[in-house]
Design a protein around this ligand. Structure first.
Ligand code: SF4
Length: 700
């Protein structure tokens, strides 16, 4: 890595990390990326964060898998192997592609034919392209014969999507984050863009500098606080109390947009009656924000000419995540802050392609474009397009699939580019489920913690090694291009999926992702007027796009919502416990998440030298006063324990963390935060509450 390193060529592509979707130039010499530069994409305008700029040497890392691996006869699957890649590696031998694919497909086919399609499941990836996501879900639905297909959206914005679909008929953002340029108020809640969407954060800072009122609501101190006019430091898990108090003020003070509500929104009277119990004085006692500030912020939001709401995992990763999002949606609808420049609802998408993978149907209850599996019209259309019968029943979700594996009901899985052994709540439970599978096929770049429990490991391609499209948080479909060749015998993911389909009896013949994209455009009305050729030419097109030469609609729902009658729906949200409450034995709240330098389970960023140098080891962050009370100095070893397990790591003093809370990033194998997290789920969206469980902290 060197700034300005001599290169033979520069390849235009997209950053593979977060949902911002920064356009990058991979500068390449001798089949290696020697530098990454920002390009003038609609979401980044030449800007990049530290991951986008320095996070690419994982591509050429010596740990890359270069040949298929098969488990050695009799080598036991031991969840402890997840902690020790060297020991895990001794349980595999290299194999030819022919042998590995034969074994992979035969194992899946045997389970399908012996135990039925419901004994199989697949996890696709939000790290791959739209074409890979689409083909993967099609393989599971038509080759396995089940809707048991999901991906990390279940751990990410499932609650936001559930509430948005219910409230306004669409799960995507109503406006891009760049709409901040036209907003005079921006509410950021449960999101930490300076860490998790750093380039998006720069647009929010620009807006604040221009004079927009920035309101930041977060239980922890937030990197945007210093740009904010109002900082709401609310108690962890009290989101509904805070938001209902704002709604109460809007309704009781008559600040809502009567015309907008009358013309476009249902459910006002029921919401008004529900909100009577949520006055700011009462909610101050729950959320800890002074009533006067709640009133001030509600008035600011309602009176703003144009107000934009952005939210993140703090809202969605909760056992009442759907209720959190419902309350946010109600706030925007009541105040008519949707469908105009500078207004909107924007759940900041996590993974680079979690929007696209969800759109493409990589979810168990919906086909591509969010058509429910029980919708007979949609099913008939896809059955004809795909030439296969489809199951009308929704499949199981991520956590449910691993629960079913532990019970022996799911017997075989195909996992492409996901790492549930690290990313799932109560990871010991998830690892035990994976280890119990009769047959596990993992397709990945490295021998991940999940691959350590596989029967067959297929070496896949990194993002800069393939062509494909991805869709960012702004609904911008963007073109990624191949910059370097995969190492050794590693293959393109798309080719591996097609080969798996062939061996499972499907007569697929896709030779290039453009053919898959063309089929997607037929299956998905949302992609109307977006073609592969157009993306090659223009780099990025926003959906929905009204005409072949139109740029796409950044602001949607100007006149009507995509519901049967065109109207949105207010759904009241009630108070409930945020999960496992602290007690005498486990007095802290454990909150988990990401940090700027490392991406999710760390498989890529921990193999990037600059990022690893910046954040080389797991830490637990506590308020300095808490550390003093525990007799711990920053840098000391400590132990964090919950009812699921315990890990040891280094103490970090962080004034942003409130007293009574401990924060950990989940990127570190050696102190996997998800060994501690609570697996209970939001009842509707089935998303776990990663931000809240009871924990104990003590010197190690
Ligand atoms: Fe990549 Fe996101 Fe950083 Fe942009 S903000 S460079 S997309 S990680």
């Amino acid at each position: 890595w060197r700034r300005g390193a001599p290169a033979e060529r520069e390849v235009a592509s997209v950053c593979p990390y977060c949902g911002v979707g920064c356009q990058v130039g991979f500068r390449v010499r001798e089949n290696r990326i020697v530098e990454v530069v920002g390009r003038d994409g609609p979401a980044n305008r030449n800007r990049l964060c530290v991951k986008g700029r320095f996070g690419f040497d994982y591509v050429a890392h010596p740990d890359r898998l270069t040949r298929p691996l098969v488990r050695i006869e009799g080598a036991a699957k031991d969840p402890a192997d997840c902690l020790d890649p060297a020991r895990a590696r001794t349980k595999f031998r290299e194999a030819s592609w022919e042998e590995a694919m034969e074994r992979a497909a035969a194992g899946l086919a045997r389970i399908r034919d012996t135990h039925g399609p419901g004994a199989l499941a697949g996890f696709g990836s939000a790290k791959g392209s739209n074409e890979e996501a689409y083909l993967f879900q099609k393989l599971v639905r038509t080759g396995f014969g089940t809707n048991n297909v999901d991906h990390c959206t279940r751990l990410c914005h499932a609650a936001s999507v559930a509430a948005l679909l219910e409230g306004i008929g669409s799960g995507a953002v109503t406006a891009p984050f760049t709409a901040a340029a036209d907003a005079d108020l921006i509410l950021v809640i449960g999101a930490r863009p300076t860490e998790n969407h750093p380039v998006a954060a720069t647009f929010l800072k620009d807006a604040a500098r221009r004079g927009a009122t920035l309101v930041v609501a977060d239980p922890r101190g937030n990197g945007l606080d210093r740009f904010a006019a109002e900082v709401l430091r609310f108690a962890a898990g009290s989101d509904v109390a805070l938001l209902n108090a704002l709604l109460h003020v809007v309704v009781t003070e008559g600040l809502y947009d009567r015309q907008f509500v009358a013309a476009r929104v249902d459910g006002f009277e029921a919401l008004r009656a529900h909100l009577a119990a949520y006055g700011p004085e009462a909610m101050e006692r729950v959320c800890g924000v002074p009533a006067a500030q709640l009133r001030r912020v509600a008035r600011l939001y309602a009176r703003a000419r144009a107000a934009l709401i952005l939210w993140g995992m703090g809202i969605s990763q909760s056992v009442h995540g759907t209720d959190n999002a419902r309350a946010l949606i109600a706030l925007a609808l009541l105040c008519g802050q949707v469908g105009r420049p500078g207004t909107g609802l924007h759940p900041l998408r996590g993974q680079n392609n979690v929007q696209g993978a969800s759109d493409a149907g990589l979810i168990p209850m919906m086909f591509p474009d969010y058509r429910r599996t029980g919708d007979s019209t949609a099913r008939a259309f896809l059955e004809e397009l795909w030439g296969a019968r489809l199951d009308p029943d929704p499949g199981l979700t991520v956590v449910e699939i691993l629960d079913a594996a532990l019970r022996g009901e799911i017997r075989g899985m195909y996992i492409m580019g996901e790492n549930p052994a690290m990313s799932d709540p109560d990871a010991a439970h998830a690892r035990a489920g994976l280890a119990r599978l009769e047959h596990l096929v993992v397709q990945d770049l490295f021998l991940t913690e999940t691959a350590a429990l596989a029967d067959v490991v297929l070496p896949a391609s990194a993002w800069p090694e393939k062509d494909g499209t991805v869709t960012n948080t702004n609904r911008q479909v963007q073109m990624g291009r191949k910059a370097v060749e995969p190492p050794g015998e590693a293959r393109q993911d798309l080719a591996i999926i097609v080969e798996m389909a062939r061996r499972l009896g499907l007569g697929w013949s896709y030779a290039h992702p453009r053919e898959v994209f063309a089929e997607m455009a037929r299956a998905m009305p949302s992609l109307a007027h977006i073609t592969w050729e157009r993306l090659e030419r223009e780099g990025s097109v926003t959906y929905p796009c009204p005409a072949p030469d139109a740029p796409g609609e950044e602001i949607v729902f100007r006149d009507r919502f995509p519901t049967p009658d065109g109207r949105a729906r207010l759904v009241p949200a009630g108070l409930s416990d945020p999960g496992e409450m602290p007690d005498a034995e486990f007095p802290f709240i454990l909150s988990t998440g990401r940090e700027l330098e490392h991406w999710h389970t760390g498989a890529m960023t921990r193999r990037a030298a600059v990022l690893d140098a910046l954040e080389p080891a797991p830490t637990a962050s506590l308020a300095p006063a808490e550390l003093r009370r525990l007799g711990l100095a920053p840098g000391a070893r400590l132990r964090v324990a919950t009812r699921r397990g315990a890990v040891e790591c280094t103490a970090r003093a962080d004034p942003a963390v409130p007293e009574g809370m401990v924060f950990m990033a989940f990127a570190y194998r050696e102190a996997a935060a998800n060994l501690l997290t609570d697996p209970r789920l939001d009842p509707l969206a089935k998303i776990p509450g990663f931000k809240f469980c009871a924990a104990r902290v003590e010197p190690a």
